[in-house]
Structure formats: structure tokens, C-alpha cells
Design a protein around this ligand. Structure first.
Ligand SMILES: [Zn+2]
Length: 431
């Protein structure tokens, strides 16, 4: 069974754009061929890409997908107060059914904006896995463990759940789900616990996904207590292996950038969240120059407030220039690369490139729009002018998840109605 995506232009891994067709093998979920228009023969199914650009599906490498239920619930506060006063009290009341409804809403939004892989940190993870299974998207999931404010028994149980969930769900949804072990951050999980549980994660071959160096409040206490920068502290605890990745990396110094490049651990840059919470500006251009693997993430919808990765691409380019005081920093190609091949490298997945052999995770962008005219440079458009609503078709693992802006795997109205209802009830019982 094959799927032919015909009539469009194709964004190649070298960022060239050519008129070409793409043939997908739906059994293996991989790209079989990229060839001259009309040369790839017949297929069981056809997607029309005329006036369109066939590009890799976007990778949202750090989010909390079910936080869509808290979109617009609390804004305009710094991270610490926002979490303590608004977010955590409501999250404490989330039921598995709420998480399912929020996950479906987030996944719906991502499919509609051309994202085919997301990497998530949350809890009630089997519900998120069920939503991934049903929707056809690809995901890297995990249960996030926190030990501060808990007694020893509860702290250990949370970390053990993170290990257990990662082992149980790895390979689920026909292999579209992979997993990570997730200490929430270096300041919300005690050092003794990290020293004990990180080696256990390694025994099972689990990569680690955590928050690090998001605000200066996450840096200063570690320097005060341990006398080293947070990422040196993380490395000493065995936390920065190749395959591991941290979200944010806003407040990193040169020694930490060198450590990231040396270990191969990835960084997920979340520019909108960092701006909204006034956390600071990550030195992305310096990281890229040092050879650090960098992907992009929206972070949760409550600190963004949407899951459109095209916004992240633009924000990354814009704020990257400001941070470097250089308009040539984080250019269009670098920004698009972070949202595609960069995110894929961070997550260790063979996605993010339109090339034979790669997983068939694709988006077709409609170029027939006033804000995308004229077509001098389509990579520039991807970085600076396109938006998620320009995506016409979304394909993941060779399956068409959205055709002509109609999502095939989720009932859009029902998903939105359920999320609206659950969100209202959640807030009502939390306040
Ligand atoms: Zn986060």
C-alpha cells in the first residue's frame, strides 16, 4: 500500500526546494522515493500538493500537552509565582479523564498546525498514550517526578512511577511512542534521589528529559549549595549523556555550553515560554556555533499560549537575533532546522527530513496565500511568514492524519467540546 504526494515542491534535507513527488510506503511508514513529477508511478492513495510545499512534519520537542486545559487560565506572572499560585493548585485536581481530554485537544491543535512528533512531560501518562494511539501522531512520553515537599515514601514512589511508565509504554502505538525518564528539574528533585535513580534509568536504557537552567532561581541555589554550575552538577550525577535532553537552557554559561557539546546532550529551546514568563533569552546562536544539538518546544499551552511550532520558529529567529545583537544570528534555515532535523536529533528519531528511508512524517503547506506571496525564498517563508493554519495535509508514519484541513483521526468538535467542559469543571472545583 502506497501513498503518493504529488504536484508540489519538496523541501530537501539540504534546504533546497525542487518540484518533486513523494512516494510513501504505508506498511513500513517510511518514505520510499522522492522523484521527478509524474515519474513515481501509481499509488493506492494520492494527496494533492499542487501550490504546496512538502516539508518534514514539525517536532515539538518539549511540551505538557494536557496543559491546553489551562490555556488562558493564568497569565502575566513570573514562573515561580505562576506555578505556585495558579498552575500547581489546579493540576493537583486533574483526573485521568481531564488529562485525556486535554491531550486530545493539544494533539488536535498540533496535527492542524503540521506537527507530527511531540515530546511530553506530564502525569496520568497512559491517558496521553491512549490519545497518541487514537490520533496517529508520534510522541516521546514520560511521567514527571518531583520530590520537593514530599516525604521519602512519596518521593520514591513518584520516581519509580517515572521508571515504570517509561518501561511499559516504550514502543506502544505500533512503535510511535518512545519514552524518557523524567526528573522534573535539578531543583525540584533532590540530589540523593537523582544519584539513586539515574543509574536505574540507565539500566533500562532510558534517556532523560528534564527542565534545566530555565530561570536564575534554578541556577543560584545549585551554585550556592554545590559550588558548581547546574549542568556540571547534572553531569556529575550522570544526567548528561548523549540522548538526554533538557528543556530551556536559558541561563547557561560558556562552560555549560561546552559541556553540552562535549556530552551530546540536547537542548530544547522554548522561546515563547521564556519570553512570556520573562525567564530570559537562551544563547541559541552560541549553542549552535559550539555544536550543541538544539530543538524547539512550545512548552505547555498555559505559557505560550498555543502549540503552533511555526510561531516557535519565528520567535527563535527573532529572539536569537536580539540575544546575539546580530541580525544574521539564528537565520531562517537555522530556525527551521531546529524545528525539524534538530528536534529529531534531540529525540533520537529518524524524522525531520524528506528523504527515502526516513519515517514518513510530513506536512504539506499551502503556498497559495497572500501572506506567502511572492515565492522568492520558501525557507524564509517557513521561518518568518507561514503559520500552522497554512498546513493543508499532515501525514505521520505514512498515515494521513489531516487531509484538506480535515482531521481524520479525531472528532474535532467533540474534542473541543469535551475539553471546554472538563476545563470549566476543573477550575470550578479548584477555586
Ligand atoms: Zn516545561
Amino acid at each position: 500500500m502506497t501513498l503518493l504526494i504529488e504536484g508540489g515542491r519538496v523541501l530537501g534535507p539540504d534546504f533546497s526546494v525542487e518540484q518533486a513527488d513523494v512516494l510513501v510506503d504505508r506498511e513500513s511508514g517510511t518514505i520510499e522515493a522522492v522523484g521527478d513529477p509524474g515519474e513515481l508511478g501509481e499509488a493506492a492513495d494520492v494527496l494533492d500538493a499542487s501550490d504546496g510545499l512538502v516539508m518534514p512534519g514539525l517536532v515539538n520537542a518539549h511540551t505538557h500537552v494536557a496543559m491546553t486545559l489551562l490555556r488562558g487560565y493564568a497569565d502575566d506572572k513570573p514562573l515561580d509565582r505562576w506555578l505556585r499560585e495558579d498552575i500547581w493548585p489546579v493540576e493537583a485536581n486533574l483526573t485521568p479523564e481531564d488529562v485525556r481530554a486535554g491531550a486530545e485537544l493539544g494533539i488536535l491543535e498540533m496535527i492542524r498546525s503540521g506537527t507530527t512528533t511531540f515530546s511530553d512531560m506530564y502525569f496520568h501518562v497512559p491517558e496521553i498514550a491512549a490519545a497518541v494511539e487514537e490520533s496517529g501522531i508520534r510522541a516521546v512520553l514520560g511521567h514527571t517526578a518531583i520530590t520537593v515537599g514530599k516525604d521519602d515514601e512519596a518521593a520514591r514512589a513518584d520516581l519509580k512511577e517515572s521508571l515504570d511508565v517509561a518501561r511499559e509504554l516504550d514502543g506502544a502505538a505500533d512503535g510511535r511512542i518512545t519514552t524518557t525518564f523524567q526528573p522534573h528539574s535539578l531543583t525540584t528533585v533532590g540530589g540523593d534521589y537523582l544519584a539513586e535513580f539515574v543509574p536505574k534509568a540507565r539500566e533500562f536504557g532510558l534517556p532523560i528529559h528534564l527542565h534545566a537552567n530555565e530561570t536564575s532561581d534554578e541556577v543560584d541555589p545549585i551554585v550556592a549549595e554545590h559550588g558548581v554550575r547546574p549542568l556540571a552538577y547534572a553531569r556529575d550525577l550522570g544526567l548528561l549523556d548523549s540522548g538526554d535532553f533538557l528543556a530551556h537552557g536559558v541561563h547557561v554559561d560558556d562552560s555549560e555550553i561546552a559541556l553540552l557539546a562535549e556530552t551530546g546532550a540536547g537542548v530544547v529551546h522554548c522561546p515563547a515560554s521564556n519570553m512570556k514568563l520573562a525567564s530570559g533569552i537562551a544563547p541559541v546562536q552560541r549553542m549552535l556555533e559550539a555544536g550543541v544539538t538544539v530543538g524547539l518546544g512550545t512548552d505547555g499551552a498555559a505559557s505560550n499560549n498555543d502549540l503552533d511550532v511555526f510561531d516557535e520558529v519565528r520567535d527563535a529567529a527573532m529572539v536569537g537575533k536580539l540575544a546575539a545583537a546580530d541580525a544574521s544570528a539564528v537565520d531562517a534555515r537555522a530556525a527551521v532546522e531546529m524545528a525539524t532535523a534538530g528536534g529529531a536529533a534531540v529525540l533520537g528519531l529518524d524524522v525531520g527530513r524528506v528523504e527515502p528511508g526516513a519515517l514518513a512524517d510530513l506536512a504539506v503547506l499551502d503556498l497559495d496565500a497572500a501572506h506567502l506571496t511572492p515565492h522568492h525564498d520558501l525557507v524564509s517563508h517557513l521561518a518568518y511568514a507561514a503559520r500552522g493554519s497554512d498546513v493543508r495535509h499532515t501525514v505521520c508514519a505514512g498515515r494521513v492524519l489531516m487531509r484538506d484541513r480535515e482531521v481524520r483521526t479525531l472528532e474535532e468538535r467533540a474534542v473541543c467540546a469535551r475539553a471546554e467542559e472538563r476545563a470549566a469543571e476543573l477550575v470550578a472545583r479548584s477555586t
